[in-house]
Design a protein around this ligand. Structure first.
Ligand code: GLV
Ligand code: MN
Ligand code: MN
Length: 390
């Protein structure tokens, strides 16, 4: 479900439909970047006096990903609104649930298009970025009937919000190994992404002697092994080259060009940045030694996002009330909460994944029982917040 594909637009319609007709949200709209936004008014019935709690997660997915990455964080608060609506209950604050249109960075280089629009970080220059088929973001948005001119209006005023909470599957093995259904997130790792290319000389695979080659793919392979060793030597640092390509490569041609991606993450920005500096230096060294050229473009930089202590405590109370042990953990994956973090206090709740917590893979799975606990924790958070809010 990459951004604004047919599957993506169908998904938005389905979410909006369920919010409106099954859950009883008071206002539902698909906004100018494709976010699905549902509002359940507080006891002031939308008169504008009550602050809102903002929550949600993304509905786009990686290629051949799982079903729950992102979606769980939309459905859990939707289920809570459905129960509030059924009971005819209003909270002293409004609840705004957002299905963010784009978080994964699959179709375009830019990421967090959905949550970034809410924080005022949608860069109009992104509209000219092209996908793999040469379709610009502007064309895709126009095709989807989105009103590009309205994007700046999506920015939220933090003074009108209590904060942001996000539920997400853990996407890792920790909770599953400890046999715990829920975990409280202490911080989200800082991330940086790059697209690079090494350029050498394409030449005949049969006639070019091994010592005369300018093989771009071998240079990228050397870099990949450096990246693996460099990240592996430091706890809480990970680095991945997930895309490797020899454009128009042939079986009998020494690779003249090789494209790659690089994704580096760490619990602190400093550890991440030290790794970036070393990878850049090694890339330059490899190219110098092999007489090659390179380009390296930074496409994403997201700061590490420590959770707000007061919101973490609210999750703790909500989980404890279910009789579950409290467990705290950092998030290795990136989340929309990193973006909202730039504007308001945030904290996340993780739900365990099965199959060793595998994610970005169709084997991603959860149980109904854990999800019910997750919904109940969210309901507890809302109920406790209701007693705090005048
Ligand atoms: C999102 O899934 C990310 O962490 O890359
Ligand atoms: Mn994901
Ligand atoms: Mn996700």
């Amino acid at each position: 479900v990459p951004y604004l594909t047919d599957a993506h637009r169908a998904c938005a319609q389905r979410l909006a439909h369920w919010m409106r007709s099954d859950c009883g949200f008071d206002e539902v709209e698909i906004d100018a970047v494709g976010n699905v936004v549902g509002v359940y008014h507080g006891s002031d019935r939308g008169a504008g006096n009550a602050k809102r709690l903002l929550t949600g997660s993304h509905y786009d997915t990686v290629r051949n990903g799982g079903k729950y990455d992102g979606r769980l964080g939309i459905f859990v608060p939707m289920a809570c609104v459905r129960e509030l609506h059924r009971a005819g209950r209003r909270l002293p604050f409004g609840l705004e649930v957002v299905g963010f249109a784009e978080e994964e960075g699959q179709r375009y280089k830019a990421v967090f298009l959905g949550s970034g629009a809410l924080t005022g970080h949608f860069d109009p220059a992104w509209l000219e970025q092209k996908d793999a088929d040469g379709i610009s973001m502007r064309q895709a948005m126009e095709h989807a009937g989105l009103c590009i001119a309205d994007i700046p209006k999506l920015q939220r005023d933090p003074a009108k919000y209590l904060g942001f909470v996000e539920v997400h599957i853990e996407q890792g093995p920790v909770l599953n190994e400890l046999d715990l259904p829920l975990g409280i997130v202490t911080s989200i790792n800082g991330n940086a992404r790059f697209l690079g290319e090494i350029v050498g000389m394409a030449s005949h695979a049969g006639t070019t002697p091994m010592d005369r080659r300018r093989d771009a793919a071998c240079a990228v392979a050397e870099l990949a092994l450096f990246v693996e060793t460099r990240a592996g030597a430091v706890p809480d640092l990970v680095a991945t080259m997930g895309m490797l390509e020899v454009p128009n490569g042939s079986i009998n041609v020494v690779p003249g060009r090789c494209k790659f991606s690089l994704d580096i993450r760490a619990t602190t920005n400093e550890v991440r940045d030290a790794c970036i500096a070393d990878v850049r230096a090694e890339l330059a060294r490899i190219c110098e030694q092999r007489s090659l050229h390179f380009k390296l473009e930074e496409t994403v930089r997201a700061a590490a996002a420590p959770s707000d202590p007061a919101w973490m405590r609210r999750w703790e109370c909500a989980v404890q009330a279910l009789g579950l042990p409290l467990f705290h953990m950092p998030s290795g994956a990136g989340h929309d909460a990193m973006k909202l973090h730039e504007r308001m206090p945030q904290a996340m709740l993780f739900q365990r994944g099965l199959n060793a917590g595998i994610s970005h893979n169709p084997l991603e799975s959860i149980t109904n029982h854990d999800t019910e606990l997750c919904v109940r924790a969210f309901q507890n958070l809302l109920d406790n917040l209701a007693t705090e809010t005048p």
